[in-house]
Design a protein around this ligand. Structure first.
Ligand code: DCP
Ligand code: CA
Ligand code: CA
Length: 373
């Protein structure tokens, strides 16, 4: 059994970097992305700032008034946040990252955990190469830099990702966990906020290494059983929580431009049937069931038209998919008279098949008890 290999990818100064990509001329100036809370120009806080602004002490949470003071005469750029842009970029990056993972768990707006154990066959050396490739692809696709941490679990991956920000790539192998963690200040542990930090300081615990050597029973009596145990385990780099597969793709589809425009249903259905097979393969690969079948046609006169039908029970049946697509095409062709230029099929309202299996396992587990009673 080899160790798990977990990666945390976090985009650097996310909102501000998106703004730099939008307008590269601001790149060498302090950039503050603002969240305005009132009418006046200065009411509100910085959502985030680029690293140049951070050199002047302006970071996420700094009030706009204070930021303006700290950045006076510094040629600083103050911008209103553009959530539509950040959402689009966030989605696009997550779609890209998902491809590299055995299990993928998006976390917050600009980061995600990737369990890559199988992908790299348990090798941290291969994981580092994969990490670099991911950085390159994110750069190529959205022009953004990110920081990656790689470790034997989520806890270490997260702390490692913060180690060399921005544009970092930090690998912590299982044999390096203690030498990596122990010298770090306790606030670097996930879950240690200002209050916990203050309490630990008062016990003489400054570094993660001090916490690791602190008596477990004493920790439990001070912080409570669960939090005490968490602090102890975390300080030793122990974290068994799985990277939970969360789906970001809510539909799979494909479309095709016909060689010549046509109203011939047979030609359309033949192409649609091929598309169904391709889309169905992707569905199976991702272990999904579909609830909704959709089609689309493009015509010169009517533009882009879609129709959909929701099936009774979530399914991954190819014949049902094809049959529903056929019905929908027959119906839509009756609705108008223009020739079709492009056809598409789509499956949406996807659910993970695993859930069903889980229910089955739970059911199986209660079976013996039913038998014996
Ligand atoms: N954000 C926000 N308000 C906060 C914290 C963050 O609106 N109090 C938004 C803006 C950030 C984004 O979330 O760009 C991601 O948060 P991060 O904590 O990852 O910070 P950044 O990506 O900005 O910087 P870093 O390079 O330190 O990751
Ligand atoms: Ca970030
Ligand atoms: Ca983040």
């Amino acid at each position: 059994m080899f160790s798990r290999v977990v990666m945390l990818v976090d985009l650097d100064y996310f909102f501000a970097q998106c703004e730099e990509v939008k307008d590269p001329s601001i790149r060498d100036k302090p950039v503050v992305v603002c969240h305005h809370t009132g009418r006046s120009e200065n009411s509100g806080v910085a959502c985030t700032t680029n690293y140049i602004a951070r050199e002047y002490g302006v970071k996420s949470g700094t009030t706009i008034t204070k930021a303006r003071k700290l950045l006076r005469h510094k040629n600083a750029i103050f911008l209103e946040s553009d959530y539509t842009l950040y959402r689009r970029v966030s989605k696009s990056v997550k779609r890209l990252l998902e491809k590299f993972a055995d299990h993928f768990e998006p976390f917050g707006v600009d980061e995600a955990y990737l369990d890559v154990t199988k992908k790299v066959q348990g090798s941290f050396k291969k994981a580092k190469i994969l990490g670099q490739r991911i950085k390159d692809e994110v750069k190529e696709k959205e022009k953004l830099s990110c920081s990656i941490g790689i470790g034997p679990n989520k806890l270490i991956a997260k702390i490692a990702s913060e180690q060399e920000k921005p544009n970092g790539l930090t690998v912590v192998k299982p044999c390096e966990v203690e030498s990596f963690l122990f010298p770090l200040p306790i606030k670097r542990l996930f879950g240690v906020g200002r209050r916990t930090e203050k309490k630990l300081f008062s016990l003489g615990v400054m570094k993660i290494g001090h916490l690791a050597k602190y008596d477990l029973e004493k920790l439990k009596s001070i912080f409570g059983n669960k939090p005490g145990a968490y602090l102890h385990n975390a300080s030793w780099g122990i974290d068994n929580s799985p990277v939970e597969q969360v789906e970001i793709i809510k539909s799979v589809g494909n479309s095709y431009t016909l060689k010549t425009n046509t109203r011939d249903l047979e030609v359309i259905l033949e192409k649609a049937s091929e598309l169904c097979e391709k889309v169905h393969k992707r569905l199976l690969k991702k272990n999904f069931l579909y609830r909704t079948v959709g089609i689309s046609v493009s015509t010169r006169r009517m533009g882009f038209i879609t129709r959909a039908k929701t099936v009774k029970n979530a399914s991954n049946n190819l014949e049902l998919f094809k049959k529903t697509v056929k019905e929908l095409f027959e119906k839509i062709m009756d609705e108008f008279e223009s020739e079709v230029r492009r056809v598409g099929v789509r499956l949406s309202n996807l659910v993970k098949e695993k859930k069903k299996q889980k229910q089955l396992i739970q059911f199986l587990e209660v079976l013996p008890r039913i038998k014996s009673s």
